[in-house]
Design a protein around this ligand. Structure first.
Ligand code: ATP
Length: 357
């Protein structure tokens, strides 16, 4: 069993004015793929390095399985790490790179061969075992780094932006391969990235971080669909979730400028934010039957192949709408936007936190 428990962990670097991470509580289940996602500087690498034992927390405890590892050095934690830079030894063949950790442990040659070949097979590296890193592409070198980590059969695999040095196409390909690999080896994995698409694609759960804190921990679709805060809704998804400023005065209605929108009965009075994803608005070129559509003005239409992305304004507030490719509308023209009622999210305007749910 290698679940990871992080309890009350905090860290301020010497000379740092604010904590790099603050009072983090997170449990990662055995075999789970947990993504730490957040913008640059939010503390995700610091948290990963504390799991690895490369940094020590000022406060809190970390345990892996049934062992408290807070005071243990990295090599006693039973984990392996893959970094952004490929970190392979240039003077060793692919075989010897993958074998390195096993050789250090003085494993018998026959076991080394078997385990290296197995790891190489999982990462489709068999044809390259006798090559040197300089004779490999960036993607292949990063696969060597991953093979070198998993060959050790760690109880926990830590990865820090392992795809970020790859070009766009390789990233896409390797992302899918990594997902398949990790589901096969079933190792508890903690994966750091600032790329929300990677997080959505790979994670069993995502911990969204900002300014040293975790804002939400949930399955990818839940983070996407039910963001705990305005920041989470804006950070995840392309385009970001739309947020409209509205005013609630009870009576199951909010007003947005001159227009109104049905709202939950329990909504408190005052300023609120209405969150809605671009694909949960249906666009019309003439007023649809029934109530509930907001009148908007078209600003830009971008044909993106599979769909159009329309930028529009509602009462001066900008929002994005996904439409079919045959939705024909010119900039400046009026359109009507009908939100899917069960996809509306209600947040406090004051601090951007969720009001219900
Ligand atoms: P990135 O995606 O840019 O790597 P991150 O989310 O991983 O960012 P961290 O590297 O954990 O963020 O940094 C968190 C905060 O701690 C930042 O404000 C950073 O400047 C600071 N920090 C990180 N490492 C050190 C260090 N060795 N000494 C002092 N401050 C540090």
């Amino acid at each position: 069993m290698a679940d990871i428990r992080i309890e009350g962990v905090g860290k301020t670097y010497p000379g740092g004015k604010t904590p790099a991470v603050e009072n983090i509580n997170l449990t990662i289940h055995d075999g789970e793929f947990m993504v730490l996602l957040g913008p640059s500087g939010c503390g995700k690498t610091t948290l990963l390095r504390m799991l690895a034992g490369l940094e020590y927390p000022d406060a809190g405890r970390i345990s892996i399985g049934d062992r408290d590892v807070t005071d243990l050095p990295p090599r006693k934690r039973g984990l392996a790490m893959v970094f952004q830079s490929y970190a392979v030894f240039p003077h060793l063949t692919v075989f010897e790179n993958i074998a390195f950790g096993l050789r250090m442990q003085k494993r018998p040659a026959i076991e080394v061969r078997g385990r290296v070949e197995n790891a190489a097979g999982l990462l489709q590296l068999e044809p390259y075992l006798q090559r040197y890193p300089a004779q490999l592409s960036g993607g292949q070198r990063q696969r060597v780094a991953v093979a070198r980590a998993i060959v050790m059969e760690p109880s926990v695999l830590l990865m820090d932006e392992p795809l970020s040095n790859l070009d766009a196409l390789l990233r896409l390909q390797f992302r899918a391969e990594l997902k398949k690999l990790v589901s096969e080896v079933k190792t508890t994995t903690v994966y750091v990235t600032h790329d929300q698409v990677e997080a959505l694609s790979l994670g069993d759960r995502i911990a969204v971080m900002r300014s040293g804190q975790i804002l939400q921990v949930a399955q990818p679709m839940q983070v996407y669909d039910e963001p705990a805060t305005e920041f989470v809704g804006s950070f995840i998804g392309n385009p970001p979730m739309n947020f409209l400023h509205a005013s609630s005065s009870g009576a199951s209605m909010v007003t947005i400028g001159e227009q109104s929108l049905a709202a939950p009965a329990a909504l408190p009075d005052g300023d609120v934010l209405v969150g809605i994803r671009a694909e949960n608005l249906q666009a019309f070129t003439s007023p649809p039957a029934g109530e509930g559509a907001l009148k908007a003005e078209t600003v830009v239409v971008e044909p993106l192949g599979s769909h159009n992305l329309v930028t529009a304004t509602v009462e001066g507030q900008v929002l994005k709408v996904v439409t079919r490719t045959d939705f024909a509308v010119q900039p400046g023209a009026p359109i009507w936007l009908e939100p899917e009622p069960d996809k509306l999210r209600w947040l406090r305007a004051a601090d951007g936190t969720r009001l219900e749910g």
